[in-house]
Design a protein around this ligand. Structure first.
Ligand SMILES: NC(=O)C1=CN([C@@H]2O[C@H](COP(=O)(O)OP(=O)(O)OC[C@H]3O[C@@H](n4cnc5c(N)ncnc54)[C@H](OP(=O)(O)O)[C@@H]3O)[C@@H](O)[C@H]2O)C=CC1
Ligand SMILES: O=C(CO)[C@H](O)[C@H](O)COP(=O)(O)O
Length: 364
């Protein structure tokens, strides 16, 4: 059955999803914010997106929040984690009972954060909220050609609702949109399986000089991940896996996980898997250190992982080192400005308590 879907976050993922979901037979509204950085006049005028070489006409393009929210079955958020709270504030006045909010981006306990905003605003509505570990695609959008490129689906994408007892109900609905969503125990498990905090910040800061010099002519996956810089990913991966074990989650290596998601081939080493990834190797950037590969993936990635590690009694010296150095390079204090369990209202919880807290909505 076709769903009425709205997509917020008119970037690479959002525009790709708008075309992809239209192709799959759903009625899709794409929302672009009024302070968007992109020129989407072509989509606004014609409703057409060139999708992997073929024109696709979406149902509606709008810049009005109310129009995009009212009467929809599923609201998809393809936004960076840093934008969860401001987007939740914008949507809150218009959300309706029975709607599903599907946060399809880089997992950072986003669903709990979305619910906290609703509850702080006293919006007592029956919306179910959940998140993927990572965007359902590797994708890019080129505004010059109005071309959305779906490079690859993430073929094994963990999903959880907050609270976790609604995961199954949400998957029944979202299963009509995507074939590759798999249930996670809760949103802490999706958060610890977001691949970006281990792939991006370490190698980006270790290539800071090269990025400053080369600007737009830099490819992190194929030239920034080398025989030496990959060691930082290995160490962060080991710390992350230890946190997963303490929480009783599957503790799979970065290498195995990315083979399962279809982004890596089986190869001799993790370095070769990145350098020759059929999905990631040709993705350009970052062209500037002030990029989501550092800003989002440290403040909403590594800082949150390290704080979950603290709660579970796992030391995270390499995560901490990357957080420190990223802050030094960008003149920020990510330990104090990043997302932590304490900032989400969770204090003095050990691993068992953290899992228990994800079963019921404690933001009320
Ligand atoms: N693209 C990819 O291949 C992958 C992306 N991801 C994750 O998915 C998320 C979206 O990625 P992608 O679509 O590439 O990102 P883009 O930057 O291309 O698009 C994100 C959109 O989010 C909206 N937005 C709202 N607030 C902000 C803010 N404060 N800063 C920046 N954008 C904001 C904007 O929408 P508007 O224009 O309407 O204002 C923007 O266009 C990110 O969290 C990323 O880490 C994960 C794996 C792969
Ligand atoms: O962000 C990306 C590209 O910009 C990658 O697609 C992303 O890093 C891949 O996700 P994962 O590491 O979870 O497989």
């Amino acid at each position: 059955m076709a769903l009425k879907i709205s997509i917020f976050g008119a970037g690479n993922g959002g525009i790709t999803a708008a075309a992809d979901m239209t192709e799959k037979g759903h009625e899709v509204t794409l929302h672009q914010s009024k302070n968007s950085q992109r020129d989407l006049s072509s989509i606004a005028e014609t409703g057409v997106i060139n999708f992997n070489g073929k024109p696709v006409r979406i149902h509606k393009f709008t810049r009005e929040v109310e129009e995009a929210v009212r009467g929809k079955d599923v609201i998809v958020l393809t936004i960076p984690a840093i934008a969860v709270e401001p987007i939740a504030e914008k949507l809150a006045p218009y959300l309706e009972d029975g709607q599903y909010v599907f946060i399809n981006s880089a997992s950072a306990m986003n669903s709990l954060r979305f619910k906290r905003v609703l509850n702080n605003m006293k919006r007592d509505i029956d919306v179910k909220v959940g998140e993927t570990m990572s965007l359902t695609y590797a994708s890019r959008y080129d505004q010059e050609t109005n071309e959305a490129t779906l490079i690859s689906y993430n073929e094994h994408n963990l999903f959880a609702a907050y609270p976790s007892r609604f995961t199954e109900e949400m998957l029944e609905v979202l299963g009509r949109m995507y074939d590759h969503l798999k249930p996670a125990k809760n949103i802490i498990e999706t958060t610890l399986n977001n691949g970006n905090p281990e792939s991006h910040p370490g190698p980006s800061i270790l290539n800071a000089g090269r990025i400053d010099y080369a600007g737009d002519d830099f490819y992190l996956y194929k030239e920034g991940i080398t025989e030496h810089t990959v060691n930082v990913i290995h160490k962060i991966d080991a710390e992350r896996q230890q946190i997963c074990r303490m929480l009783d989650f599957e503790a799979m290596s970065k290498s195995e996980r990315s083979v399962r998601s279809g982004y890596f081939e089986k190869r001799e080493s993790l370095r070769e898997q990145y350098n020759h990834s059929p999905v990631l190797a040709d993705i350009k950037g970052p062209g500037d250190l002030e990029n989501r590969y550092v800003t989002e993936d440290v403040s909403n990635g590594l800082v949150l992982w390290a704080s979950i590690g603290d709660a579970c009694g796992v030391e995270t010296p390499v995560m901490d080192a990357v957080i420190t150095l990223a802050g030094v390079l960008l003149g920020r204090d990510y330990f104090s400005e990043g997302v932590t369990l304490r900032k989400l209202g969770i204090e003095e919880a050990d691993a068992a308590r953290l899992n228990a807290l994800m079963e019921y909505d404690h933001t009320k």
